[in-house]
Design a protein around this ligand. Structure first.
Ligand code: ADP
Length: 281
């Protein structure tokens, strides 16, 4: 996958049914930038300005909806993406939904119940910080339900996302791919900086010990749930600036493809009449 250069829309998009071996994909890749951080930062800034404008149009048009799913191991940068990629957008019309360990009320329902409630409405962008995919990741790795139960969820999720897409939701899913060394470094950075220690949770080390099982679970998710209507992108995420550029690029391309139109709301006569009223003040 790293050999392919060019548009992240193609390079990092997982084809339906494609077998994924995460060990074969380089999380440290910086693609065509070849390590040129400043160049990538400048390109990302331009993309983010476009994103700001496109988001405003989406909001104004009040027709399309965009759902962005972020998944990845601890420290992979889900919060960082939310901060940097969406830094310029108008908070009106953009919302983050974070999915934690389900509450007792949530556990009393089917696993998609809490998810469905957070899906974007017209004109809205919603970012899922973790998602329904936890129900085939952590739930599988920790054997919270039997395999017979999580095993059928891939198909259920595909159907659910298909329904959302049919109803006008654009779905983009990003797996932030880091490696074990990078995670260790990021944990150490957190521990070494008192201002960042709050981000460190001793439980994270238990999850780290299960790295292999998680990678296997992610490989299955990527193979089984990347669909034409809700594709996965595997984002090389060791370098934060490259990760951000990839995601901004995909978002801008996807929003442009919606061809958001803002036809005039008022007829020429109405507009003239409003102008005249203002002029007469
Ligand atoms: P962050 O997302 O920043 O890591 P937390 O440290 O609170 O936030 O972690 C949220 C935890 O909730 C994760 O360990 C995640 O695996 C867990 N979680 C999310 N969804 C589910 C689920 N459906 N079942 C069990 N655990 C879940």
């Amino acid at each position: 996958m790293d050999a392919r250069k060019g548009n992240p829309m193609d390079t990092y998009r997982v084809k339906p049914g494609e077998k994924i071996d995460l060990d074969q994909l380089n999380p440290g890749s910086t693609g065509a930038f070849k390590g040129e951080k400043e160049e990538a930062l400048a390109a990302t800034q331009k993309l983010n300005a476009q994103l700001e404008e496109l988001q405003e149009r989406l909001y104004a048009e009040h027709k399309h909806r965009l759902l962005v799913v972020l998944q990845g191991m601890d420290t992979s940068g889900k919060d960082g993406v939310i901060r940097s990629v969406f830094e310029g957008v108008n908070p009106q019309g953009v919302r983050v939904a974070s999915f934690k360990v389900p509450t007792p009320a949530e556990l009393d329902h089917d696993y998609l119940w809490r998810i469905h409630a957070q899906v974007p409405g017209r004109g809205e962008i919603v970012i899922f910080n973790r998602s329904h995919y936890e129900d085939v990741l952590v739930v599988r790795v920790h054997e919270l339900v039997p395999e017979a139960v999580w095993g059928r969820r891939f198909e259920q999720i595909n159907h659910f996302e298909r329904m959302l897409a049919d109803e006008g939701v654009t779905i983009l899913k990003f797996f932030l791919h880091i490696d074990l060394d990078e995670q260790k470094q990021r944990f150490l950075d957190r521990l070494n900086d008192p201002a960042k220690q709050w981000k460190f949770n001793p439980g994270d080390l238990k999850e780290r010990a299960l790295w292999k099982a998680y990678q296997k679970a992610y490989e299955d998710v990527l193979e089984k749930t990347s669909t034409p209507w809700a594709p996965w992108y595997i984002v090389p995420a060791n370098k934060k600036w490259y990760r951000n550029w990839v995601i901004s690029t995909v978002l801008v391309e996807a929003l442009k493809a919606l061809e958001i139109k803002l036809p005039p709301v008022f007829s020429e006569e109405e507009t003239a009449s409003y102008r005249a009223q203002l002029a007469a003040e």
